[in-house]
Ligand binder design. Structure first.
Ligand SMILES: NC(=O)CC[C@H](N)C(=O)O
Length: 428
């Protein structure tokens, strides 16, 4: 099959596009701190440091706006793309989702940090995101699973965080003008102009971010899912061997596949298709991952080489790579979808599912060849949220059936992948 990875797109897709940022005149935004609580320290008690301190950080956006803030993570200067996430909870899963590499996550829920962090909620081995932007940092942590305060966790992982920023105003700006590049700094010596220049000379489009987050060698996923957090796991029949391509895989995808009874081998993003086929898997999973799907033609080629030879399931980046491998095109959306509350119409089951989403790119359905079916639609904007190509045993979702964080409405898609592998195995 011919690869089509250029990015000219149909007129239908135009409406989702990110326009060029309008450069506004330089304006400085500050949030007045009204708290007058008395000081109390000690991360050991889960109390974070001085939420009433004076501002010591700036976020400068490429449109020329400057946001004074207070830092609570690592110090320094960091550039990234600002995206807003509408999840109410689950900041630790978001922080450890490798798909956020190169991005600042701005939480629209104003109250963050109140449950601290814990051992169970990690989605990968580290935090790959550029930084965290929040309105209000909880002055104490209170949760029976909490092992650490959020600020200490960010410092330990060298991730910048800011609070006391008008996250609502920034979100409205991102919705209006599209996602923006920003620079976050705690360095007073850097001028606003320097930071603005830095934000305008950096771009996230066309960069291979997958190779920075993937594993370096294949490994078996042997972790048993904690029964306390497991569900839909009773009465599994045959054990299927799934090769999971790690483009920045979230561990809950692996936990869910394990719950459905799979034996799982995780392989790096550059693992050749020929090696995968030698391992004789029952199915292949293409994972989520950060950045621009058009920047990783080698991954599209791997997907293309496997098409029709084994049942495949793509999630998010995996879905976008499948879209390209099938001959379709992807494009950058205006501000993307990030949050645990996106309604999706499942056209196959004829039901609406509330889903967890995190993506800035999408597949242009009009670019797809005959035979490829759009199976799911995002009901907020009508964009393509799922595909199937039954002739080649292909299925994919643009969003996150593994949730984490988010609702479990779409979990049954893992069962559909089992059915697909079963059908193909029985025919063989
Ligand atoms: N979660 C993901 O896999 C993200 C996919 C892709 N990097 C995007 O932003 O669209």
């Amino acid at each position: 099959m011919e690869l089509a990875i250029t990015n000219s797109i149909s007129s239908t897709a135009q409406k989702f596009l990110k326009p060029k940022p309008k450069v506004k005149s330089f304006r400085v935004f500050t949030v007045k701190c009204i708290s007058s609580l008395s000081s109390s320290d000690g991360a050991a008690t889960g109390v974070v440091e001085r939420p009433w301190k004076t501002s010591d950080a700036r976020l400068v956006l490429e449109d020329g706006s400057v946001w004074r803030a207070k830092s609570f993570g690592a110090r320094g200067t960091q550039v990234g793309e600002v995206v807003f996430n509408t999840s109410l909870t689950g900041y630790q899963e978001i922080l450890t989702d490798p798909s956020y590499a190169g991005q600042f996550v701005l939480m629209t829920n104003p109250h963050i940090g109140n449950t601290g962090v814990n051992f169970d909620d990690e989605e990968s081995r580290q935090c790959f995101l550029a930084g965290l932007v929040i309105r209000s940092l909880s002055i104490s942590t209170s949760n029976w699973r909490c092992t650490k305060a959020l600020g200490d966790y960010l410092i330990e992982r060298n991730i910048m965080g800011i609070y006391d920023v008008d996250t609502r105003a920034i979100t409205r700006r991102l919705r209006q003008d599209g996602s923006l590049i920003g620079v976050l700094t705690t360095e007073e010596s850097k001028t606003d102009e320097e930071l603005l220049e830095m934000s305008r000379s950096w771009d996230i489009v066309g960069i291979d971010l997958i190779s920075d987050v993937t594993c370096t060698a294949p490994y078996e996923w042997v972790d048993k899912t904690d029964p306390e957090w497991d569900f839909n796991c009773e009465g599994r029949g045959e054990i299927y061997h799934v090769i999971a391509y790690d483009f920045g895989i979230k561990q809950n995808i692996l936990r869910r596949l394990a719950s459905y009874g799979c034996k799982i081998t995780v392989v790096p993003s550059n693992w050749p298709a020929s090696e995968t086929l030698k391992m004789r898997p029952d199915g292949v999973l293409f994972s989520n991952g950060p950045g621009d799907p058009s920047a990783v033609p080698y991954a599209v080629k791997t997907v293309n080489d496997l098409l029709g030879k084994v049942p495949v399931f793509g999630i998010c980046m995996g879905h976008q790579l499948l879209g390209q491998a099938l001959g379709g095109k992807t494009f950058k959306m205006k501000f993307g979808h990030h949050g645990g509350n996106h309604p999706v119409r499942n056209l196959v089951a004829n039901r609406v599912e509330i889903s967890a989403q995190n993506h800035n790119y999408a597949v242009d359905p009009e670019s797809l060849p005959v035979g490829v079916e759009v199976t799911h639609i995002n009901l907020n904007d009508g964009s393509c949220a799922g595909l199937a190509f039954p002739a080649l045993n292909v299925m994919s979702l643009q969003y996150h059936p593994e949730a984490s964080p988010g609702p479990h409405d779409s979990d049954s898609v893992f069962g559909e992948f089992m059915e697909l592998m079963k059908k193909v195995k029985q025919k063989a």
